[in-house]
Design a protein around this ligand. Structure first.
Ligand code: ADP
Length: 461
């Protein structure tokens, strides 16, 4: 709107200036005519004849030839004494102009007079180097002003219409932009956290808002999945916690009833309560670790040597392996300078979960940890000769609370959280984990972690 107004003002000003310029040109050329008539006499001057040029110029015939209804002529002597003026001037007289000199012979004056607003050209005419007369040529600006007024009127009306059009267009555009946003806001409000299954159906739109709606839908989808995962987790966790709690409760009641009279019951119940509460503590610890690993930003990571951690895990598992008569074999050699960016406790837990599982699910044979390099990464594999995992169960072993049938039927104790924790820790460390069948039927879990600085070791096999 501002530029429209500025444009209109600019056009009007330029037009006004053009009309004034034209007027000045017109009166300038009349002054030129008068000067030509005066200078026709120059040769006679040169011969020394004293010809009254000023009187010829002031002659009423000449004056009326140059004048017109809007043009007024007056001839003065150089000292300002009036010699004559066109009849249309009546009693009005142009003031004498004494500032003119042969070097600065003319000046335009713009102002009001009794004849109306006019532009007057004052020109000193010299012949043969001698100032002869001062000519005043004036033109009233009445017609010019009328024309300017008309133009201003047209411009003002056009400007007004243009402004109205701009305002209307702005309102329509703003509505168009804002309405869908309102709609979307409304939809978002309705969806809240209760109706995450709802979607905004703007597939037919073909603009940025369609994109916004699609992004919004995607976000809803992710939220819905995350919420349902959380719900599932809470349901599973409650279910898993309930079983040991029920057992503890039952044994506490037995203790109350039989503790004094039956030594066997007392012993058994106390044992069960101790082991079940230890199991509960383990599960709760596991859940806490999962929660911690899931909020990746909260975990501070630092450059760590991986080998000491692997060695620690192996020595921690040695006793349990020996108890079961298993061979626990570590890497052939430690290069000692593989550095990963990580959290030492979480990495320890990651490998110790794998080694513990391998020992737990193996009755006879070997548990082996091997390591090797890939391009910019290190691969650590834990292989066992144990019961193995059915192919269809393999894709589920990293889910929370998942336990394969084999381990359930064999009554091997476990929370089903160990591998979920492993997967979370691997994710936090930007690594990958896979499980395969080991030669001979056992399992092979392979973890790949990005290295900060790799030693010159042979390629991983
Ligand atoms: P938990 O060991 O406490 O049951 P995990 O999450 O560690 O829970 O493991 C999930 C399931 O994956 C186990 O119950 C078991 O069925 C299977 N599993 C894990 N590691 C092995 C392994 N080394 N050999 C065979 N089965 C395994």
């Amino acid at each position: 709107m501002l530029s429209l107004v500025a444009f209109a003002a600019g056009v009007t000003l330029a037009f006004r200036q053009a009309l004034f310029d034209q007027t000045e040109q017109r009166i300038n050329s009349i002054a030129d005519d008068i000067q030509l008539v005066a200078q026709r006499n120059e040769p006679f001057f040169a011969l020394g004849e004293n010809i009254p040029i000023e009187l010829e110029l002031a002659n009423p015939n000449n004056l009326s030839r140059w004048a017109s209804p809007t043009v007024y002529i007056q001839i003065d002597r150089p000292d300002g004494y009036p010699l004559g003026k066109s009849q249309n001037m009546g009693g009005v007289q142009f003031p004498a102009d004494k500032d003119l000199t042969p070097a600065q012979p003319q000046a335009f004056k713009h102002g009001d007079s009794d004849l109306g607003e006019m532009i007057v050209l004052d020109r000193l005419i010299s012949v043969g180097g001698r100032p002869v007369v001062v000519v005043h040529v004036g033109e009233t600006l009445g017609l010019v002003n009328v024309t300017i007024g008309r133009v201003e009127h047209v411009v003002a009306v056009t400007l007004g219409l243009a402004l109205i059009a701009v305002v209307l267009a702005a309102i329509v555009l703003a509505r168009r932009a804002v309405n869908p946003i309102k709609e979307l806001t409304e939809a978002m409000r309705e969806i809240g956290s209760e109706h995450l299954d709802r979607r905004v159906h703007w597939e037919r739109r073909d603009d940025e808002l369609a994109l916004l709606a699609a992004t919004f839908n995607e976000m809803l989808e992710r939220l819905e999945r995350a919420f349902s995962r959380e719900r599932q987790f809470i349901a599973d966790a409650s279910h898993e916690l309930k079983t040991p709690l029920t057992v503890i409760n039952a044994h506490a009641q037995m203790l109350r009833r039989w503790a004094d009279s039956n030594e066997d019951v007392r012993k058994e119940s106390l044992e069960t309560i101790t082991s079940e509460s230890a199991y509960l503590a383990k599960m709760i610890n596991g859940m806490l670790t999962l929660a911690k690993a899931d909020s990746a930003e909260a975990i501070p990571r630092e450059p760590l040597h991986l080998d000491p951690i692997l060695a620690e895990v192996l020595s921690a598992g040695a006793a349990r392996a020996a108890e079961k008569g298993l061979a626990l074999i570590g890497p052939d050699e430690y290069a000692g300078n593989d550095v990963v960016l990580g959290d030492a406790n979480l990495l320890r837990q990651l490998f110790s979960n794998l080694v513990e599982n391998a020992i737990k699910f193996t009755e006879r044979g070997t548990v082996r940890m091997s390591r090797g390099h890939l391009d910019g990464a290190i691969a650590v594999t834990v292989t066992d000769t144990g019961i193995g995992i059915e192919p269809q169960a393999r894709e589920h072993v990293f889910e929370r609370f998942f336990r394969a049938d084999k381990s359930r039927t064999r009554q091997i104790e476990g929370t089903g959280l160990g591998l979920a924790i492993v997967a979370s820790i691997v994710r936090v460390h930007e690594g990958t984990i896979t499980v395969d069948e080991a030669p001979g039927g056992g399992s092979a879990f392979r973890v790949v972690l990005p290295l900060l600085a790799a030693s010159a070791a042979p390629e991983a096999g």
